[in-house]
Ligand binder design. Structure first.
Ligand code: PEP
Ligand code: MN
Length: 347
C-alpha cells in the first residue's frame, strides 16, 4: 500500500504515519517528492486495511499498489530519482558519463585512463577490482589493492568511483572505498547480495541480468530498495539472443520502458553489450537518442595488452569523440523532452 500525504503535511504528520506502519509490524518507506511525500508500506502478505491511516492528520489518500514492485514504481514516486555524490549526478539534467577501465590492472594503466576521463570533464570513473570471469583461470582482479588504486584516482582527479562487488565479502570491502557499488549481470538475481546491497549506505548500480525481463529487473531493484537503500541506478548491458555478430544484443527498447514504469535512472553500457569497439560509438549514440540517463564505457591505454575485455575497450581518441557526440545528442534530446514533457501522461 501507498499512503499519499497532503502537500502541507508536516514532518510530525509523516512521522506519525511511519510509526503507525511500524507498530503494525510493517516497514515504512517515506519518499519525498516535489509536491508531496508518499509513504510506501511493505512487509505485508495480503491486502492491508487502510483504516488505521486514513484518519491520521496530513493523510490525503491510501492507495493499493497492484504492481509486483512497489518502491521502484512511479505510483509511489512520480519525480525522477537523481543520484548525487558531491557534484556528480546520475539522472539529473546532464548525461552521466561513467568511463574507465574494465579491470584495474595496474596503477599506471588506471591513472593514464583517469587523466583522459577527467580531461573530458566527466565526473565518474569505473574500474573493476573484483571481476566476475567466465573462466576460473582468467584474471580475477586486484581485489583490495585495486580498490586502493581507485581511491587514489578519486584523490588525484576528483572523479567519483563506480566499482563492482561480486559477493558479500567483496561488498563489505567495496563499500569502504567506492562511491557507487556495481552489481553485475550475473548477480542480478543473487538475492542475498541484493539484500546486502540494500543495507549499504552507498548508491547501487544494478546491471540487467542477461536473460531477464524488465519486470525481473525492476524486482531486483525492489530487493535493494526494500532494505532501505533507495539510491539505485539501472543499467542495460545487453541480453542473450541468437546473434553472433555482437557479444550480447543491446536492448535499447528497455530504456524508455523502464523510465515509464520507474522513477529510477537508467544508463546503458555499450561496451559489454557489443563486445567490439567499432560498435560501441554507434550504439552509445542510439542509447542517448532513446533517452538513456548515462553511459558506462570501457577504455584502455593499450587494449591489445588488456587482461580483461580488450576488444571492446575504446582507444583514448575514440573516447573523446564519443563524449563529444553523446553530449551533442543529449542536448537535442533534452530540448525535445522539455518541449513535449514526455512524462506528462504518466501517473
Ligand atoms: C563490468 O561492467 O565490468 C561487467 C563485468 O559487466 P557485466 O556484469 O554487465 O558483464
Ligand atoms: Mn568487462
Amino acid at each position: 500500500m501507498l499512503i499519499v500525504m497532503t502537500p502541507d503535511a508536516t514532518d510530525t504528520d509523516i512521522r506519525r504515519v511511519v510509526e503507525t506502519i511500524e507498530s503494525l509490524g510493517f516497514k515504512a518507506h517515506p519518499m519525498p517528492g516535489a509536491n508531496r511525500t508518499a509513504i510506501g508500506l511493505t512487509g505485508n502478505q495480503g491486502a492491508v486495511d487502510p483504516a488505521p491511516f486514513a484518519e491520521l492528520p496530513g493523510v490525503a489518500e491510501c492507495v493499493r499498489v497492484t504492481k509486483p514492485y512497489k518502491l521502484v514504481g512511479r505510483d509511489l514516486k512520480h519525480d525522477k530519482t537523481i543520484i548525487r555524490v558531491g557534484e556528480a549526478e546520475i539522472g539529473g539534467d546532464d548525461l552521466a558519463m561513467i568511463a574507465g577501465v574494465c579491470a584495474v590492472e595496474s596503477r599506471e594503466q588506471t591513472f593514464l585512463t583517469a587523466e583522459v576521463v577527467a580531461g573530458m570533464g566527466c565526473k565518474w570513473f569505473r574500474g573493476g577490482a573484483f571481476k566476475p570471469r567466465t573462466s576460473p583461470y582468467a584474471f580475477q582482479g586486484l581485489a583490495e589493492e585495486g580498490l586502493k588504486i581507485l581511491s587514489d584516482v578519486r584523490d588525484e582527479f576528483g572523479l567519483r568511483i563506480v566499482t563492482e562487488a561480486v559477493d558479500e565479502p567483496a561488498l563489505d570491502l567495496t563499500e569502504k572505498y567506492a562511491d557507487v557499488i556495481q552489481i553485475g549481470t550475473r548477480n542480478m538475481q543473487n538475492f542475498s547480495l541484493l539484500r546486502r546491497a540494500g543495507q549499504a549506505r552507498k548508491p547501487i548500480l544494478l546491471k540487467r541480468g542477461m536473460s531477464s525481463t524488465l519486470e525481473e529487473f525492476l524486482l531486483a531493484a525492489e530487493y535493494i530498495m526494500s532494505e532501505g537503500n533507495y539510491q539505485v541506478i539501472l543499467c542495460e548491458r545487453g541480453v542473450r539472443t541468437f546473434g553472433s555478430h555482437s557479444r550480447f544484443t543491446p536492448d535499447l527498447s528497455v530504456i524508455p520502458a523502464a523510465q515509464r514504469l520507474s522513477h529510477l535512472p537508467i544508463i546503458f553500457d555499450p561496451s559489454h553489450s557489443t563486445g567490439n569497439r567499432e560498435t560501441v560509438i554507434p550504439m552509445a549514440r542510439a542509447a542517448v537518442a532513446v533517452g538513456a540517463d548515462g553511459l558506462l564505457v570501457d577504455i584502455h591505454p593499450y587494449p591489445e595488452r588488456a587482461l580483461c575485455d580488450g576488444p571492446q575497450a575504446l582507444l583514448f581518441d575514440m573516447f573523446r569523440d564519443l563524449v563529444a557526440q553523446a553530449r551533442a545528442i543529449a542536448e537535442i534530446v533534452k530540448q525535445h523532452s522539455e518541449a513535449h514533457n514526455i512524462y506528462s501522461t504518466v501517473k
